[in-house]
Design a protein around this ligand. Structure first.
Ligand SMILES: [Zn+2]
Length: 277
């Protein structure tokens, strides 16, 4: 993971790669007060979690973890922080989805590949200990304002959280924003995600840390809105014309995004759409 400073008190941890053994390239981050720190997402496995823990720990006595949503690459490192005494904060529906799905997903991953099984060996699912509904606003012990925002409609999932630092003009967007990666839409509502991206723009951030991909500006937010709008229009026309498999994939994915990572996931998502119609 590469760490980069995004504001006077905030850092992004940027992942690499786009397969499961590289955590799908999922990002993390942290914010520092005087003695209090907030970690944004705990990563896919304990090693990823410890990388953040070691970064934030000197001087930080008390930690809180925010889970941006329930997907494994953002929450499987939770127990590393829970065991260090950190409360885990998430939207109420994120907590609910974790209770319904995380153990099963972990067992499936462990059964699917020996490398993966080794990587996830010490993962223990640690559930959110504090949940909220719409907005959680707080000040860190250095006065830094922190807002944990739940978009009003289902976006990437129904339990998304973004973390905004108005004083630093930084937003940790979780998987509402993907940059250079095709978005995972398996739990998403495309219109809801577009609305959530517009909400990010209204916050007027200077730096945005996406769930996957490099630290970005508002331009990349607008680009993903354009992608999702074209994706919807192309899906409708492709299905109307009864396109299937490769033909449908080529029709739906905007040409200007063909070199983005995680195309394999988007291809299987689009092929399934045809099966459902
Ligand atoms: Zn996700």
């Amino acid at each position: 993971m590469r760490f980069s400073r995004v504001g006077p008190h905030s850092w992004a941890g940027i992942g690499e790669g786009d397969d499961v053994l590289h955590s799908y390239g999922a990002n993390q981050g942290f914010v520092r007060g005087k003695r209090l720190g907030i970690i944004v997402d705990s990563g896919f496995h304990n090693r990823a979690a410890r990388e953040i823990l070691h970064r934030i720990h000197p001087g930080t006595r008390t930690m809180l973890v925010v889970n941006t949503h329930h997907h494994s690459d953002h929450v499987f490192g939770n127990s590393v922080f829970a065991e260090a005494g950190a409360p885990i904060i998430a939207h109420e529906k994120c907590g609910r989805s974790m209770h319904a799905r995380s153990e099963k997903v972990l067992a499936e991953y462990r059964g699917s590949d020996p490398h993966l099984s080794r990587l996830l060996k010490n993962v223990r699912i640690a559930y959110p200990s504090l949940t909220y509904d719409d907005l959680l606003a707080a000040h860190l012990d250095n006065g830094l304002e922190v807002e944990i925002i739940h978009p009003p409609d289902r976006a990437h999932t129904d339990g998304d959280s973004m973390l905004a630092l108005p004083g630093e003009r930084v937003v940790f967007a979780g998987d509402i924003l993907w940059v250079g990666y095709h978005p995972n839409l398996e739990d998403a509502d495309v219109q809801g995600q577009i609305q959530a991206l517009r909400l990010i723009l209204r916050l007027k951030p200077r730096r945005i840390v996406p769930g996957h991909g490099p630290v970005s500006s508002q331009r990349e937010v607008r680009r993903l809105i354009k992608y999702l709008e074209e994706f919807e229009i192309n899906t409708r026309s492709g299905l109307r014309r009864n396109l299937r498999d490769d033909e449908l994939v080529r029709h739906v994915i905007p040409r200007w995004s063909w070199d983005w990572k995680m195309r394999w996931l988007m291809e299987s998502y689009i092929s399934n759409l045809a099966g459902k119609n």
